[in-house]
Design a protein around this ligand. Structure first.
Ligand code: MF3
Ligand code: CO
Length: 258
């Protein structure tokens, strides 16, 4: 079932989204060679605590941390821990917050120190894929239009979009219907219309090599099957008559540094 949100409800999700933006800004400011992913998790948890909000991820199907940190060939759902980031790595940071029962979810991928031109291009293309996906989230169009635009951009750059994980509706639960694939729907596949009040998390996952994935022995970390680099960007947005409103955008004029 797809649920549409009222403006009062999306206002709550915006509150959650501002906190997610602050978690990402603080972790972004802390990312440097030598920091551990557990330290990034602690920084994000502290922002949540001060805001009086809770993590969408901690405890979700037993997930053991506040955020996900996915390094290099890790696509999504990397668990923060003792791993030290090193110069040349890229790290995906994914965060979700709950305010009065309403969720917001967003992710960024960052260079650690100086990265290869390929890593830089991958990050740039993936962020651009999110941007054009959001632009396609127009009332009256269809969910499939989002993925079609993302896939065309990504494959045009010689990269691939992950098929095994997709974006999602979001609201009282982190994962609601509909699924939001980052690829064109096959004939006969669900392709619901975009209605006013629909809230979506759009989250392209882009691989330098092939789209296939593998899950590590920790049962969470998803990596590229061919060990190539992967990047991930995500925003939560509300679809309105005036166009998409990004609920996880940083506060207008807010300082980005922690
Ligand atoms: N942004 C991710 C998603 O939509 C976050 C989930 S991580 C989990 O699936 F740990 F909560 F599963
Ligand atoms: Co998500």
């Amino acid at each position: 079932m797809i649920t549409l949100k009222t403006p009062q409800q999306t206002a709550k999700m915006r509150e959650a989204g501002l906190i997610v933006a602050a978690m990402l800004a603080a972790t972004r400011a802390a990312v440097r060679p030598g920091i551990t992913t557990a330290e990034l998790d602690r920084i994000a948890a502290e922002i949540l605590r001060k805001a009086g909000a809770t993590s969408s991820f901690l405890g979700y199907h037993g997930y053991p941390a506040t955020i996900c940190t996915s390094v290099n060939d890790e696509i999504v759902h990397g668990i923060p821990g003792k791993r030290r980031l090193k110069d040349g790595d890229i790290v995906g940071i994914d965060a979700g917050a709950i305010v009065d029962g309403w969720h917001a979810d967003a992710a960024i991928t960052l260079p650690v120190g100086t990265v290869s031109p390929e890593a830089e291009r991958l990050i740039r293309v993936t962020e651009e894929a999110l941007r054009i996906g959001i632009a396609k989230a127009r009332v009256g169009d269809r969910i499939g239009d989002i993925g079609a635009a993302i896939q065309e951009l990504v494959e045009g750059q010689g990269y691939s979009v992950v098929r095994n994980y997709v974006g999602h509706g979001i609201g009282r639960a982190m994962h609601e219907e509909p699924q939001v694939p980052n690829y064109r729907p096959a004939r006969g596949q669900a392709n619901p219309p975009i209605s006013e009040g629909l809230c979506l998390a759009i989250e392209p996952m882009v691989n330098v090599g092939r789209p296939e994935t593998r899950t590590l022995g920790d049962q969470w970390t998803v990596v590229t099957a061919d060990k190539t680099l992967s990047a991930h960007f995500e925003h939560t947005l509300a679809c309105t008559a005036a166009g998409p409103v990004v609920l996880t955008a940083p506060k207008e004029g807010a300082a980005v540094a922690a």
